[in-house]
Write a protein of this length. Structure first.
Length: 505
């Protein structure tokens, strides 16, 4: 992973151009990230990619998806953010635009790798895995560059704003795919995915992979090609872990390997070091690096698989609006839920929020440069409804203050509302927040969103032929409609059903 460097002033004056090979900037080196049990579980849960239909014809000799409108401008990453720059900045952005058939030229159509990186980097300039960003986009969503805004690596910024987080939850990863990349069959499948996504589509997907980059050799290339790039990787690196993106291939590229053998075919790789590096940020990586595993200097020098995603959209309709002011992000985690009964004391199920989860380092909300700010976010409850018109009666939020930060932080919940966008106009229910700071441990707040119904508690005597219905409150707080009817043989029957306003989740 690589840290952003400022380009010489001459580049600013002259515009973007390709640096000579001898002048390619050397960037700080980052060690390989630690494979934690959590990351190992995310990677193990990836779906092995399979084409949806047989190929209709032979694959084209070259594909370059970076030349489509779906692919964003070349990224010049900050800090050790390469995994998220590749995963979110390139792959997620491209796949969402491919799905929605829109251009990546607009910031509203590009997704912020900073949004993912700053939730995953522990509040430090360190790297991670592409799968972590994809998992975050699968379980929560992903914020656009337009909503996130600008930031510097040392700021460790978390964006704040209800509408921003609402919009982020519209854009989701559907599945995370893995592509074996150690033999000819695996590379053939990857090429098929790049060509048509395995569906026969006119434009295929793109994938992320890992290797090292500190002392690699990316040399000038003027050999045959159909895609026209002038840089070729000729030697793998042994230091400086890095994530890269494969956007296509060119079977006509030819080179000589370290043993003097002629090799044909290469993937088209896009880096995240700016468009002045390599050739417009791109270079060829010959196929043989992936298949000749015996030539690797050590296991892990080049990843054994690649990762891609399918994406989907959603429309948040029922949300919690949460405001927090706190001085140490590592201390806090959130969970939420709802209950069918207005007077319930706990939700039917607690749901963990995949962000604000003892993460982000020992920095205040919302970022390292602002210790008096407030984080305002949206939590989409819509997917938790058993049916679109379901109406929970009470919502719950648990702010868990654990003291995990290097210094015990302090702060309070500043806002809790439920926003129902299914009605016109939208309805907002707001809790009056009690004074005082958050206590250590669980801080449970709840908010009813249906009126309290008053019913009679008078004794009831039923007489034959009386078919009136009554509202009864059960011991657990639920309200049901009860009716006593005359049954066969003079026996009476009790009929009951939950009130529609108290429909189950």
């Amino acid at each position: 992973m690589k840290r952003n460097s400022l380009l010489p002033a001459a580049l600013v004056l002259l515009g973007v151009f390709v640096l000579p090979a001898a002048a390619q900037l050397r960037r700080p080196l980052y060690p390989a990230p630690r494979l934690t049990p959590r990351v190992a579980a995310i990677r193990a849960a990836r779906t092995p990619w399979q084409p949806a239909r047989p190929a209709a014809a032979e694959l084209p000799p070259a594909v370059d998806n970076s030349q489509t409108a779906f692919f964003p401008p070349v990224i010049d990453q900050q800090g050790g953010s390469c995994a998220q720059a590749s995963a979110i900045g390139y792959v997620f952005t491209y796949e969402m635009n491919r799905l929605l058939r829109r251009s990546a030229a607009e910031a509203a159509n590009r997704f912020s790798y900073f949004f993912a990186w700053n939730f995953l980097n522990g509040g430090a300039d360190e790297g991670g895995f592409a799968e972590e960003g994809f998992f975050l986009a699968q379980r929560f969503g992903m914020m656009t560059e337009a909503d996130f805004g600008t930031a510097l690596a040392t700021q460790f910024k978390w964006a704040s704003g209800f509408e921003k987080y609402l919009n982020a939850q519209r854009y989701l990863v559907e599945r995370i795919y893995t592509f074996p990349a150690t033999d000819e069959a695996g590379l053939a499948a990857i090429k098929r995915y790049l060509a048509d996504g395995g569906t026969g589509a006119a434009v295929g997907g793109i994938v992320s992979f890992s290797t090292y980059s500190g002392n690699w050799t990316v040399a000038p290339y003027d050999g045959p090609s159909l895609t026209g790039y002038g840089r070729l990787l000729t030697r793998l690196a042994t230091e400086g872990a890095h994530a890269l993106t494969i956007v296509g291939y060119d079977d006509t590229v030819a080179c000589t390997d370290a043993e003097g053998r002629r090799r044909e075919g290469a993937f088209i790789v896009v880096n995240t070091w700016g468009s002045a590096m390599h050739d417009r940020g791109r270079f060829y990586m010959p196929y043989h690096f992936f298949t000749d595993r015996s030539a690797l200097a050590f296991p892990g020098q080049l990843g054994e698989d690649m990762t891609g995603v399918s994406v989907r959209t959603a429309e948040p309709r029922l949300l919690l609006r949460v405001g927090l002011s706190y001085t140490s992000r590592d201390d806090l985690s959130l969970r939420y839920g709802a209950a069918a009964a207005r007077d319930a004391t706990r939700p039917a199920t607690w749901h963990d929020l995949p962000i604000v989860r003892n993460q982000g380092g020992d920095w205040p909300l919302p970022d390292a440069w602002n210790d008096t700010g407030t984080l305002t976010l949206a939590i989409d409850y819509t997917p938790r409804l058993a049916r679109p018109d379901g109406r929970p009666a009470r919502f719950f939020l648990d702010v868990i203050r654990s003291g995990r930060g290097a210094t015990l932080g302090s702060g309070r919940l500043t806002e809790l509302s439920v926003v129902d966008l299914r009605t016109t106009p939208a309805r907002t229910y707001t809790l009056t927040i009690p004074e005082g700071e958050l206590a250590l441990g669980n801080n449970v707040f709840s908010l009813p969103v249906v009126p309290r119904l008053r019913v009679s508690a008078s004794p009831l005597r039923h007489t034959a032929g009386d078919a009136r219905a009554y509202v009864v409150r059960c011991a657990d707080g639920r309200l049901v409609k009860v009716q006593i009817v005359d049954g066969p043989n003079g026996r009476r029957q009790l009929r009951y059903a939950p009130l529609r306003i108290q429909e189950a989740l």
